[in-house]
Design a protein around this ligand. Sequence first.
Ligand code: ADP
Ligand code: FBP
Ligand code: MG
Length: 538
Amino acid sequence: MGTLLHAITPKLALPGHDFSSSSSSSSYYGLTFPYLNSRFQGSSSSTRLAKKIRVSADSTKHSPAVDFSDPGWKSKFEKDFEARFNIPHITDVFDDAVSIPSTFCLRMRTPVSEEFAGGYPSDEEWHGYINKNDRVLLKVIRYSSPTSAGAECIDPDCTWVEQWVHRAGPREKIYFRPEEVKAAIVTCGGLCPGLNDVIRQIVITLEIYGVKKIVGIPFGYRGFSAKELNEMPLSRKVVQNIHLSGGSLLGVSRGGPSISEIVDSMEERGINMLFVLGGNGTHAGANAIHNECRMRRMKVAVVGVPKTIDNDILLMDKTFGFDTAVEEAQRAINSAYIEAHSAYHGVGIVKLMGRSSGFIAMHASLASGQIDICLIPEVPFNLHGPHGVLRHLKYLIETKGSAVVCVAEGAGQNFLEKTNARDASGNVVFGDIGVHIQQEIKKSFKAISVPVDVKYIDPTYMIRACRANASDGILCTVLGQNAVHGAFAGYSGITVGICNTHYVYLPIPEVISYPRLVDPNSRMWHRCLTSTGQPDFI
Ligand SMILES: Nc1ncnc2c1ncn2[C@@H]1O[C@H](COP(=O)(O)OP(=O)(O)O)[C@@H](O)[C@H]1O
Ligand SMILES: O=P(O)(O)OC[C@H]1O[C@](O)(COP(=O)(O)O)[C@@H](O)[C@@H]1O
Ligand SMILES: [Mg+2]
């Protein structure tokens, strides 16, 4: 039996979302993902970010066609996985690139930013560096059967297959001389708690390596082309306290110039290290920038740090800002609960972010213990009918006297009129599902002459704009440092992440081929259902 399978993706039982199909498209549930085109983006100057051509993403492109009757399939699979997760290195293009001993001191000496003319200060007997052959195991559960809860299997027997990815951290040899580096940082997309923490750590770590030219590009990729926007000089002094507030010191934006315009601008400015903080779209851009630099034979390191409050980046335990968002969402949920609980037949509705993934809604519901109904984009539901949400709400009002609903912004979009509107980055602009549910509740209770008092809370921007909590602060710190270590080690076209509590470098295309989704068959979603006590709404 020859079957085409993905190496690393859990198969999700979503209508119209068959990841195991060789014709995976760039859309599901009627949503399209512009960044899926990234693998197909050429370097032509006509490749404008604002005018992306939608191409079907062949997400099986790097996956093997596995013939499980071949006794050697497992080792072939593991070899293919190793190749897919290889991280691009400067020596792939510049075979004459020379390395020097690292200027990053594991034992600090002062002053840190001296010229290193007399030799680099890492020639001590100290072995705290990461070996380039160190690896982290991506999947750590050995399922004994495909029927085990949450099993992610590659073959019908759920054979144990090792999937190793590259370990992040400082290397003993570096491929950039600090005095020759001009590093730039850019933050793109929507806000996310922790952006300032990452910026701060990148700057601090660069300075420890001995870099003196560090700049911030204002307002996302836009800052590369807008003449009125000047780059912002950065230093430890400038960034010292920025993590104490939310937002981004540099500003963010969606849309922007073409890849070739961005790379032209990098050439003009002499930028040879670029740190890109953003989500799926931003990373598609970062990968295209990396490819364009290679094509122009520019010795540049482009390193991403995944930023998304939605937590929709593949393979990672979580992205920074997610924890804070879940925590902050508790305030909205608690307010909705109090309002609902204090009203006669009160219903509270909280809408949380999650364009295509319901992670925030699911985790916030679980954390609060105050949610009766959690609705996410990955799990279809009916509002009306005998098994619909409204029928269950009536039951809750009758039995408990009140109810609280948590809905992810991307959920139930099939109930809303499509506007076909897109933001500057090409993302679909959604209708407000919270408002729709509120109206439908009012209408349906009126029709049966049952009074109901509905309160709707949309805390989106309050959640996004706050500063990172302690746990995210640590995550940002480690990711920011590792981004700099990765660039100095000579890697480019990579992003940093946390997998099974270990820090890793991953090739960008592997983490953005589609948005990470809540698996409706996962134990976490089942835990959420157990906690809310909600039935299926289909
Ligand atoms: N497929 C793509 N290729 C290149 N750049 C992209 C692509 N998709 C989005 N971008 C750019 O990345 C930036 C951020 O994208 P956006 O989708 O708004 O946020 P996020 O990165 O958080 O997903 C924007 O400047 C956008 O133009
Ligand atoms: O109103 P904006 O700024 O376009 O942002 C809305 C979007 O931002 C998000 O919170 C995060 O999106 P990004 O990861 O693309 O920044 C989405 O959930 C939401 O759809
Ligand atoms: Mg996005």
